[in-house]
Design a protein around this ligand. Structure first.
Ligand code: V47
Ligand code: SF4
Length: 362
């Protein structure tokens, strides 16, 4: 049942009940409505239609091999220049020993992303995947954002397709969803002028899907973007998914301003965090999953988001550096038992999944 007090939401609720696709204009209404509960209950209808009361989580470990980056995105507190204090780059031996650090935890995924290093050779990235794949044949390697893949293509002189095929042959399992930020070129030019444009991000994911690699998608919100930029971003992702069907999940990323060029901006509100999850669930009708990344929005809101459209909390993570560099107050990782407890308390059924949503245990 959908309870709505904003009359502008009623025609949208009728479409949701009839399983009709929402338009750009509908998206603008969702982005502006004060009726968060109306919005959330519509998103919950879709969430339960697609995923019942299941809530997915994964036992994963994040590894960031370097924070050195040739780009200087204005929203990023993680990256450093090579000579700057706090800059680090792991030797491959260190990446391997990091991966072994919690042996016995039975991770099903390593999530690996890093900066665009000015000097590391292309072989470093392929060897990292090959060696991890050799030592951890049962762990799925979700590594390198589209931004990194495009950079590898630049430094190696190979096409994006060749890079993806090469990495897949070495053992790459899928691509994470980072680097999408906001597709609007007006905003992108301001917040990350050196980063690949939206077309290149989308083309890299399309090429990955064609090469048999699934990928995720994200949107960084709560900085200088407007409502129409958020709706535009989601609709462009929906079109991309219509073409290839290779996206697994969408993750809205709440901007953290500390230690960034936008430090004077407030953090996102609870209203906005829940609105992004609900809006994504309603507009991305062809995405099987919407992930509430508990690291970014906090355990408490992530738990509530399970009734506002989200069906996935991501995972144990162990060590998160990117959002914590920008002032995240959450823990860096969470025990599997705690994740399960949060899900159960929210009235949902915890389902342990692997990266591509095969069920590991219920
Ligand atoms: O692309 C950078 C974002 C992303 C900040 O695929 C920031 O399952 C908030 O994409 N405040 C990398 N966000 C992380 C990422 C991700 C995370 C979890 C799961 C998955 C997945 C992907 O982090 C970057 C950028 O959009 N980011 N700085 C910041 N200050
Ligand atoms: Fe580099 Fe990525 Fe940070 Fe941009 S967001 S500065 S590309 S590490």
């Amino acid at each position: 049942m959908i309870n709505i007090f904003d009359p502008d939401l009623r025609p949208i609720a009728e479409k949701v009940e009839a399983c009709e696709r929402l338009s750009f204009e509908d998206g603008l209404i969702l982005d502006a409505t004060p009726d968060l509960l109306g919005l959330g209950s519509m998103a919950n209808v879709v969430r339960e239609r697609l995923n019942g009361d299941k809530t997915y989580y994964i036992t994963n470990r994040h590894i960031n091999h370097t924070n050195v980056c040739v780009n200087s995105c204005r929203f990023c507190a993680f990256s450093k220049k090579e000579e700057e204090a706090g800059a680090y780059t792991m030797e491959l031996e260190t990446v391997l020993s990091e991966a072994h650090k919690y042996d016995g935890e039975k991770f099903s995924e390593f999530h690996i992303v890093g900066g665009l290093h000015p000097a590391l050779p292309y072989s470093y990235y392929v060897d990292m995947i090959a060696r991890l794949s050799d030592e951890f044949p049962h762990v799925h390697l979700q590594a390198y954002t589209a931004v990194e893949i495009a950079y590898f293509s630049k430094i190696s002189g190979m096409t994006i397709r060749q890079v993806l095929v090469d990495l897949k042959e070495a053992g790459l399992g899928s691509l994470p969803g980072g680097g999408a930020e906001i597709f609007s070129s007006r905003v992108r030019k301001k917040i990350c002028p050196e980063k690949i444009d939206a077309q290149t991000w989308l083309k890299t994911h399309k090429t990955a899907h064609e090469a048999g690699l699934n990928t995720n998608a994200t949107m960084l919100y709560g900085h200088i973007e407007a409502g129409e930029d958020r709706v535009d971003h989601l609709i462009r992702l929906r079109e991309a998914q219509d073409n290839t069907g290779g996206f697994l999940t969408f993750i809205p990323l709440a901007f953290h301003p500390e230690n960034t060029k936008y430090e004077d901006r407030p953090r996102t509100s609870g209203m906005m965090d829940l609105r992004m999850i609900s809006m994504a669930r309603l507009l991305l009708d062809n995405f099987p999953h919407i992930k509430a990344f508990w690291i970014m929005i906090g355990e408490k809101l992530a738990q509530i988001s399970l009734s506002f459209g989200a069906d996935d909390l991501d995972g144990t993570v162990v060590e998160e550096k990117i959002t914590h560099a920008a002032g995240a107050k959450t823990d860096q990782g969470m025990a599997r038992e705690r994740l399960e407890g949060l899900i159960r308390e929210a009235g949902r059924t915890p389902v342990q999944r692997d990266t591509v949503y095969n069920i590991v245990s219920v």
